[in-house]
Structure formats: C-alpha cells, structure tokens
Design a protein around this ligand. Structure first.
Ligand SMILES: Nc1ncnc2c1ncn2[C@@H]1O[C@H](COP(=O)(O)OP(=O)(O)OP(=O)(O)O)[C@@H](O)[C@H]1O
Length: 387
C-alpha cells in the first residue's frame, strides 16, 4: 500500500533527516515509527502526503508514484492526525468534523450526519459534544475529534504524528485502547509516529525502530522485543524488554491446562482429584469454581454444585495478553485464571497457571538474536492456590 524506495531527505543546511530508506506497509497494516527525537520520523511521514518532498528516491501509494499525483488530490486519500489537533476554534465539534467532506462536495446535512456517526465511533456522544467548541473539550476529547475528522473523508490511509502525545498517561491508555478497537473494524493502513516504545509495541502490527535517519529494525513487536537486531535496538527497547514482551504475547489455547470440571446441576462431589474444580453450566460456559475442602465439609445431603459454587473473578478471553493474565492474577491474588472463548458466549477453554505463563513467554521468543543464556532450572511446581 505504501512503499518507500531508497528515499533520502537532505535539508538545505546539510542536515540528512532521512537516509536511503526502503520499506513497505501492507494494506490494512498499522506500522509504528519509533525512535528518539530528531531521528527522522516526522520527515518520513510528511513525505507521504507531500508536505515534504524527498531529495532522492520514490514513494508509492497503492502502486502510484506519489510525485506524479497532485498534492491536493493525494491528501484526499490520506487522513492526517497531529498532536496539536488544529481544530477550528470558532467551529463546533460537529462542524469541525464535517469540514473535509463538505469541502469535497458532500451536502452540508449529509456531511453533518456522517460527522455525528464518526464522533460516536470515537466515543463522543454527538448529542452531548456536537455543539461544543474546541475550548470546551478536554485534551483527550480534542484528540478524539482529531481522529474523527481525519476519518471523515474515509481515506484508506491514516498518518498519525504523536496523536496521543499531549495527554496524560491514563487518557492516553484509553485513547490507545479505543483506537485499536476502531482499527479492528476500519482496517486502515496506518503510519503512526511515536517516541514511546510502549505505545509502539502496543499499537503496531509492525514497528520501525529508527536510529539517526535510518531504520535499524522493521519487524513485529514480538520480534523486536524478543530478538533485537542490533545493540542500539536492544538499548532503545530497554532492559525490561522481557516484561514488555508480556504485553504483546497472546494467551493461546495450547498454553492452557485442563483442571477437573464439574457442572452446575451435578451432585456435589465428595472427592475431587484436586483442591478445586471449575464449574460450568450445561453449555460448558464458565460459571465459577468450587473448592474440594468446602465441598467435603459444608455439603448437606442432596446439595448440588449450584448450591456451593463461587463466582469466578479471575478470567480472561483467549487472545488476551500475558500481561493482562499476570495483572489479573495479581489483582485477584489468584494462582490461576480461567480462559474462555468470548466468540462462543464464554465457552470454558482451560486455565492458565504461572508455569504455563512462563512457557508461553518462552514460546514468544524461540530465538534470541543476542544469545542471552536462559535459566534452564525448573522450579518445583507449586500446587495452585485458590482463595
Ligand atoms: N526544515 C528543516 N531544516 C533543517 N533541518 C530540519 C528541518 N526539519 C527537520 N530538520 C532536521 O531533520 C532531522 C529529523 O527531523 P524530524 O522532525 O523528522 O525528527 P523526528 O524523529 O520526528 O523528531 P521528534 O520526535 O523530535 O519530532 C532533525 O535533525 C531535524 O532537526
């Protein structure tokens, strides 16, 4: 979708901002450009919508050499979101969002209707926010309007230059989550500039790690964290890259253990093979859990599992990250968490234990380019604890 071929940019004062850059972004892919200040990320991005012209090389959009496309027409195919959102202060939120389609000839009423849909999509109720002016919004809300406005003409490509850079970490986290959700439905081709490796890892299908004017590594978050190509990349992603890998490694079905299972309407078991069992309903959806000790001591004649099952607090859908799994274990002080299939209304798939979590983390980096020796000592497996 976007292809850079030997692109360089040298400014008049002799600064080489970008040096012989070649890379490709596939259709529907979200690529984050990450690196320290001044390494050429913004220059790279602005060359795509021709706000900056390269000194050498060519850039293709959907097979077309962009130097042959009129810049105004080119920019209609490309949404642009920047940190200083640049909303028109004298226009309402709705009119700000409707501006581009209206300029492109869409009737005003139709453009406003579409704008309302988009505001809804980015989490702003048009009935509440539509008539406000930009100064009546929080920083996070302004950024949302910026994203809605960039999407208004439904461009296939989005360029986003530190769009969430000016808001506090909590709002930023929300905006990232919302944007990922949005991207799942929209499937735009996105170039996203950030200097924050956490953000790059969280959002990117692939990450381009920049050194001065060059890409040092272009790969998936898991590969960049698990096998940094150079010492520079290893330093940039940080000594805690192992921890960061937790957030990009999903829980898979193969990671799960199968504990004893009982059903809601079963008679209460007198004996269990373990200290607890998972309780399922008649469709094998997760209901809760039951402790063997409790079942043995508290049971009265004729009790069923339903009378003694406890709610399951610690659970996650398959595909959630190992970081979420770890956080959930800590939050609920649980030695294991249940994993369900959300697509089939909560069918129980198995449980993730700390030992399995460790194995999954290993799986995420089968090869470590820097050959850091692994600790091959297995700890005694501790029996899972359930409170
Ligand atoms: N108009 C210009 N004239 C001369 N040098 C420039 C110009 N614009 C940018 N540069 C230089 O080009 C280099 C790359 O700048 P660029 O804005 O692409 O970096 P960046 O990685 O986006 O940085 P930041 O994260 O700080 O925004 C920097 O050294 C910058 O000083």
């Amino acid at each position: 979708m976007i292809r850079f071929e030997h692109v360089s940019k040298r400014y008049a004062d002799g600064t080489t901002a970008v040096d012989d850059l070649s890379f490709e972004v596939a259709e529907g892919e979200l690529v984050t450009l990450v690196g320290p200040s001044g390494c050429g990320k913004t220059t790279t991005m602005k060359m795509v919508n021709r706000l900056i012209e390269p000194t050498e090389g060519r850039i293709f959009l959907d097979g077309d050499d962009i130097s042959t496309i009129d810049p105004v027409r080119l920019r209609r195919r490309i949404g642009y979101v920047i940190q200083q959102v640049g909303l028109f202060p004298h226009k309402t939120v709705l009119d700000n969002t409707a501006t581009v389609p209206h300029l492109l000839g869409v009737k005003r009423a139709k453009a406003r209707e579409r704008a309302a849909e988009l505001l809804d999509l980015v989490g702003l109720d048009p009935a509440v926010f539509g008539d406000r002016y930009p100064e009546q919004l929080s920083g996070g809300q302004r950024q949302r309007v910026g994203v809605a406005r960039a999407l208004a003409a439904d461009p296939p490509v989005l360029l986003m230059d530190e769009p969430f850079g000016a808001v506090d970490p909590v709002v930023r986290d929300h905006l990232q989550t919302e944007f990922l959700r949005l991207q799942q439905t929209l499937g735009k081709t996105v170039l996203f500039v950030t200097h924050d490796i956490e953000e790059a890892v969280r959002l990117g299908d692939r990450i381009a790690v920049y050194g001065a004017g060059r890409i040092e590594q272009y790969d998936t978050p898991s590969a960049v964290l698990g096998a940094p190509a150079t010492d520079y990349v290893a330093d940039f992603v940080g000594a805690d890259r192992g921890l960061k890998r937790l957030s990009v490694t999903p829980i898979e079905e193969d990671d799960l253990e199968q504990p004893p299972v009982v059903h809601l309407d079963d008679p209460l078991p007198r004996e269990l093979d373990a200290r607890w069992a998972v309780v399922l309903d008649h469709e094998n959806n997760l209901h809760g859990w039951i402790s063997a000790e409790h079942a043995r001591v508290a049971a009265k004649k004729g009790d069923t599992v339903r009378d003694h099952a406890r709610r399951m607090e610690a659970w996650l859908p398959v595909g959630a990250s190992l970081k979420q799994a770890f956080a959930t274990m800590l939050q609920h002080d649980a030695g294991w968490i249940a994993v369900i299939d959300e697509r089939s209304e909560g069918r129980f798939l198995g449980v993730l234990t700390p030992a399995r979590l460790h194995e999954a983390l290993r799986r995420s980096t089968t090869a470590d380019a820097r050959d850091i020796p692994r600790a091959d000592v297995e700890l005694e497996t501790v029996e899972p604890l359930v409170r």
